[in-house]
Design a protein around this ligand. Structure first.
Ligand code: PDD
Length: 286
């Protein structure tokens, strides 16, 4: 069945939705995005995503074409029109099109940003992946230096995911100067002797909205947390590991570069945090 999507002020059947071939998102990956999950037909942590979106836009000298309140209404309208109970809303803002190709940014007074949103229905809670856990390989992190900005330049993460699939694994962790930065589309964590270790925030990683919430819940549950870079050797020797993202919540990791963690099943910390996260977000979703 055809989805209803949103493009620059209009709700349209997906087949009728178009953007210009000169759109800078298409030509230069000159755009930012957010993925917000939907539980029980409601948005999870919209305020967190809106705050990060505003930061991404500011860092790139871009403006949102609509207010954050209007953006919330569009998200809700799309979820309702498509009858989504579980899944995601994808939202993208690009610098728009001035009808040509030029490295110089167009004048924002005359070239308006493009705003595109669509829904993706997906089971997020009862997934086989969460029951089995993910197998991870490590690959070099060769992305640009501003990973704290959520841009649509996702070619290398996509290639890294394919390297993982070709190696018979589920996903990849990216390694820079010997330390794990993050996963292809998630933040990375290991657990050793009851302590959760995850890379500290900087421009080396995306500041995950799920990360913020999960670390808060972990603290509230009296879990110990160390925010620092860790190596793949530490990950291979960890008791357990997991990733966080809006599209997979807390996802257990059961092996790293072929080394099985613990007994090879999702670990207790990851399982507990997943449960807490889903329960709390169900309560707070709007
Ligand atoms: N990815 N790190 C990277 C590189 C990501 O792409 C993502 C999210 C995260 C986790 O951020 P959050 O918890 O806010 O979802 C970390 C989204 C889900 C995606 O590209 O589909």
């Amino acid at each position: 069945m055809s989805r209803t999507v949103y493009v620059n002020g209009n709700y349209l059947p997906e087949e009728e939705a178009t953007v210009s071939i000169f759109d800078r998102g298409f030509l230069f990956a000159d755009g930012v995005y957010e993925v917000t999950s939907i539980l029980d037909g409601k948005l999870v942590d919209f305020a967190g995503h809106a705050a990060r979106l505003e930061r991404s836009l500011t860092e790139l000298d871009m403006q949102s074409p609509v207010s954050m309140e209007a953006l919330l209404d569009i998200h809700r309208e799309l979820v309702a029109r498509n009858g989504i109970e579980q899944g995601m809303v994808y939202m993208q803002i690009t610098r728009g099109s001035d009808g040509d190709r030029d490295f110089v940014f167009p004048d924002p007074e005359t070239t308006k940003p493009s705003l595109v949103l669509f829904t993706q229905a997906k089971e997020l809670v009862d997934t086989e992946a969460a029951q089995k856990g993910n197998r991870i390989i490590s690959v070099e992190d060769i992305r640009w230096g501003r990973r704290d900005i959520k841009t649509v330049q996702l070619l290398y993460p996509s290639m890294a995911k394919m390297m993982a699939r070709k190696a018979g694994a589920d996903d990849a962790w990216l390694v820079q100067d010997g330390f794990v930065t993050e996963g292809t589309s998630n933040n990375a964590y290991i657990v050793k002797d009851g302590k959760i270790i995850t890379r500290n925030l900087s421009s080396d990683i995306l500041h995950g909205i799920t990360r913020t919430a999960v670390l808060k819940f972990a603290r509230e549950a009296q879990m110990k947390i160390e925010e620092r870079p860790f190596t793949i050797d530490e990950a291979k020797a960890a008791d357990e590991a997991f990733t966080t993202s809006a599209s997979a919540f807390v996802m257990p990791v059961v092996s790293v570069d072929g080394a099985t963690l613990g007994d090879g099943a999702p670990g207790p910390v990851a399982r507990r945090l997943r449960e807490i996260y889903i329960a709390e977000m169900r309560k707070a979703a709007i």
